[in-house]
Write a protein that binds this ligand. Structure first.
Ligand code: 9D3
Length: 247
């Protein structure tokens, strides 16, 4: 899969994505990544990418033509099934399901806006979808593009090491993760749960599922309401809830 990002700050994308899982996936040829700067597609002597909004008001708007020409160059660098996504506060909130759907694409083009956003004709004429990373304000689309690239890359076969598995990820199964512990056995009088030292892997797996269900119930009950639990999971969650209500 290849990612192309239309951005006024290409180095922000290329540098951040060179670390960790996304960096290794590029080295392994699992993903390709390029950035396209609308400023390189301007034709005036000041290389102008923004202009004042019609109707007045504060802030600036990204001009149509440099965006369109940068996007055209990005499209020409790819092949096969492509989707153009504009990252914006007005977009649909990204979910694990939305990202999983993107795995079928050969090319995902992400458009990162700056200023107040892009000329609406670019959204209507040139983009297939509009995505948001959540209901809070960030300064531009670049960090959102990096979130999308990272989250999709870890779903691609071979991108994660033997240790990590996308299947075990929280949100892939619709639950929060269970707690994790490493040495030492005691920290400030807090011991590691006995079951994790028992060596009984059936017990350990049951404990982890119970904790995942319990933490989700405590911190994100909205996730539990969406999820169908097995009879075993219902039993484990009841045990967790009873334990909490005793304490
Ligand atoms: C005054 C109205 N604001 C819109 C909510 C102005 C505004 C804020 C932030 C215009 C652009 C931006 C830049 N944000 C993004 O480009 C962005 C974003 C975000 O701010 N929140 C969540 N997801 C995203 S994806 C891109």
């Amino acid at each position: 899969m290849r990612f192309d990002v239309v951005t006024l700050f290409p180095e922000m994308i290329m540098t951040a994505a060179s670390y960790g899982i996304t960096g290794r996936a590029q080295e392994r040829g699992i993903v390709g990544l390029s950035a396209w700067n609308p400023r390189d597609y301007t034709t005036d002597r000041h290389r102008t990418v923004d202009d004042r909004p019609y109707g007045g008001g504060p802030g600036m708007v990204m001009k149509y033509q440099p965006l369109h020409d940068a996007l055209t160059a990005a499209k020409q660098a790819g092949f096969g099934s492509v989707k153009v996504v504009y990252l914006s506060p007005q977009g649909k909130p990204i979910t694990q399901a939305l990202l999983t759907e993107a795995l079928k694409l050969q090319q995902l083009i992400l458009v990162a806006g700056r200023y107040e956003g892009v000329d609406e004709r670019f959204v209507e004429l040139d983009c297939d979808d509009e995505w948001s990373i959540g209901d809070y304000v960030i300064s531009g689309g670049e960090l959102a593009a990096l979130v999308v690239i990272d989250a999709i890359t870890r779903l691609l076969p071979g991108a994660l090491g033997d240790e990590e598995s996308a299947q075990q990820d929280s949100h892939v199964n619709g639950l929060l993760d269970c707690p994790h512990f490493t040495r030492p056995e005691q920290v400030d009088g807090k011991a590691v749960p006995d079951v994790l030292l028992s060596g009984n892997h059936a017990d350990i797996n049951r404990w982890r599922m119970k904790q995942a269900l319990g933490k989700t119930w405590q911190k994100r009950p909205d996730l539990l309401r969406k999820k169908e639990l097995t009879a075993e999971q219902e039993k484990l969650l009841k045990e967790f809830v009873n334990q909490v209500e005793l304490n």
